[in-house]
Design a binder for this molecule. Sequence first.
Ligand code: GLU
Length: 469
Amino acid sequence: MAITRFAPSPTGYLHIGGLRTALYSYLWAKKTNGEFKLRIEDTDNARNNEDAVKAILEAFEWVGMPSDCEIEYQSKRTDIYKKYIAQLLEEGKAYKCYMSRDELDALRAAQEAAKENPRYDGTWRPEDAKVLPEIPADVEPVIRIKAPTEGAILFEDGVKGSMKFEASQVDDFVIARANGMPIYNFVVAIDDHLMGMTDVLRGDDHLSNTPKQIVIYNALGFDIPKFYHMPMINNPSGKKLSKRDGAMDVMQYKRDGYLPEALLNFLVRLGWSNGDQEIFSMDEMLELFDPNNINKSASAYNAEKLLWLNAHYIKNVSNERLANELEFFDCHLEGHDKKEMILDLSKERAQTLIELKDAITKILDVPSEYEAKGSKKFVKENTIEMLNNYLQVLESNKETLHLACDYEAVTKPFIADNELKFPQLFQPIRIALTGGTQAPSVYDIMAILGLEEVKNRLNSAMEKNFNKE
Ligand code: GLU
């Protein structure tokens, strides 16, 4: 049973890299009948903003991955962190350091000049028989943890394998600032422990934090969770993903007409696979996902793949669902008696909900103009007469005209009797009904509009002579 979390810092919107981390954490928890928890890492007051928190929570609601516990906010947990700082001080596992900023800068400069890695030199670290400097009057101390001075920090990463950080790579780092506020790595370790984390999945940009967090776990005697550091998502040319490539606010995907299941399906494959399977329902993801199979190398964002998946889900979710989703785009089909027909027809070619809305609008809205190029090509001298004859055929069969096949049954003989080619009749009808020549089957459109509306639109186009000069 895995307890996992997603712990965004609300310094901006949730972007897809973050959502992928959250998805993997969510899947692993749910697959093992564990829990998935959300924690907002908002201790950095200057950079946090409430709108970002709202946007993050909204994104989680949209994709349907709720937290199994009340969402924790680090900004409300300072007292808890301070208690552990006090405990470490009392146990001699942390100490006060009175090094001033100037001294620290001088130390850094000297180390850099000697081509050494900058690290704290242990001036204030208490040791047996060591005499510490006199406490200066004007310096508020920071708190440093006593990190191991020899050996190595080892852990088995679920993605990267055996990890080893020499003790020399981790110094006695600060765990609380001079104003008493605990620092990032400290609060993450405390929270992950208190929230019961068994597995921590995060981006490999956090890998260098892990040895520090392990030092804290060890100092407090906490069990160390299993870590999975996931490689980044790059753009197709292998560079860092930029906004233009898709590293945008998750909610922008909603605004751009993506279904959340398409986005999640897309993300699950960005860094994990099950043979060459591309389509994964949530149930399949839950059955098959295993963080121990996360790819070791970075994955590449592929916008076409996302569109392809979105088209797949648009075709396969229920019409009821599509109608609900379309409300967001101001396309209201509720109560329309041909709702099913409209959706069945329009969803076949739509890659996004915006394209779906456009396809629907093209059918439902009376055209305000007629495509000039199409009219010129397909509306000939005898077209008006042909359409009038055709309208008469429709009129005399009006009792039978309901479904697309009914229109087909009367139209085919009309075409044959008049020795027409299909485009001669269909293209002017398409233009009259939808304004352009790029529309789905004429029979379907006529069935959706109904005979009265078909007559109105055909007559109107003829009256205006298809807006031809
Ligand atoms: N708050 C960190 C971030 O937004 C994540 C911390 C973690 O996963 O340990 O990048």
